[in-house]
Design a protein around this ligand. Structure first.
Ligand SMILES: [Zn+2]
Length: 258
């Protein structure tokens, strides 16, 4: 089985964020492997017992109350530079995930003079973030990492509309077997799912799955990604409750590029 890849999916952000800690504390890796085997969406309130981060004060997802955001039209735009790559895909038991692997360096986003590589994208149903208390049917997460380990995640709220051809190729590539990453010849370019408008909500949060590593720079795009009703139900046949409940905002500010 591709447990190695699965563990890597969970461990990568922690490793990237905590490179120095790992050098000093060799118990980090065994802790992550325990996390990988023992969590589910039935009792997310218990995740704090799996990883202390999950009970932290800077967690994701959150509800975005649009009447309380800090609006600033001069916030910089995300500069996406994506190119085509062949699909490598895994059903890891928590979601459907596409990994860029060796194509990460050719798929980047830049923000405030820092460049992040796209490592993987995956999906949740319902959406994890809510807007003014409302879920979208699904949400797509594009997980990027900089060379220094900083993470930048772009969230796309998915709503029902016309079919998306890139997502069609992804759905057609889903493996029959769990935890087995499979390589396809069909290619995708992730710019096919990016919105035309640059507006976003931005805040500092966490991974939404254990180990809930904190300090992630979150961007939830204001314009949704549209999928057909059939595409949404195709995903929901596999996963219809792989979302973490919204977490307290505490003292954080949500910045909004209108
Ligand atoms: Zn996610």
């Amino acid at each position: 089985m591709s447990k190695k890849h699965y563990l890597l999916y969970l461990a990568l952000p922690t490793i990237l964020l905590m490179q120095n800690c790992i050098k000093e504390k060799e118990n980090v890796i065994p802790e992550v492997s325990k996390v990988a085997e023992h969590w589910g969406y039935e009792h997310p309130e218990s995740w704090g017992g799996i990883s202390g981060n999950c009970a932290g004060v800077v967690q994701s997802p959150i509800d975005i109350n649009t009447s309380a955001t800090a609006k600033d039209a001069n916030l910089p735009a995300l500069q996406f530079s994506y190119s085509s790559f062949p699909i490598s895909i895994v059903d890891n038991g928590h979601t459907i995930q596409v990994n860029t692997n060796t194509y990460a360096a050719a798929n980047t986003v830049s923000y405030k003079d820092k460049t992040y590589q796209l490592k993987q994208f995956h999906f949740h149903a319902l959406s994890e973030h809510t807007i003014n208390g409302s879920h979208a049917p699904m949400e797509m997460h594009l997980v990027h990492a900089a060379d220094d380990g900083a993470l930048l995640v772009v969230g796309l709220m998915i709503k029902e509309g016309t079919a998306n051809s890139m997502i069609e190729r992804v759905w057609n590539s889903i493996p029959n077997e769990e935890n087995k990453e499979e390589q396809r010849t069909v290619t995708i370019n992730v710019k096919e799912v990016l919105p035309a408008m640059q507006g976003y909500y931005n805040y500092i949060g966490s991974l939404t799955t254990p180990p809930c590593a904190m300090g992630l720079n979150w961007f939830v795009m204001k314009e949704p990604l549209f999928l057909s009703a059939a595409q949404i139900s195709d995903f929901m046949r596999l996963y219809n409750h792989n979302y973490r409940p919204v977490q307290p905002l505490n003292n954080r500010t949500i910045h909004e590029k209108p």
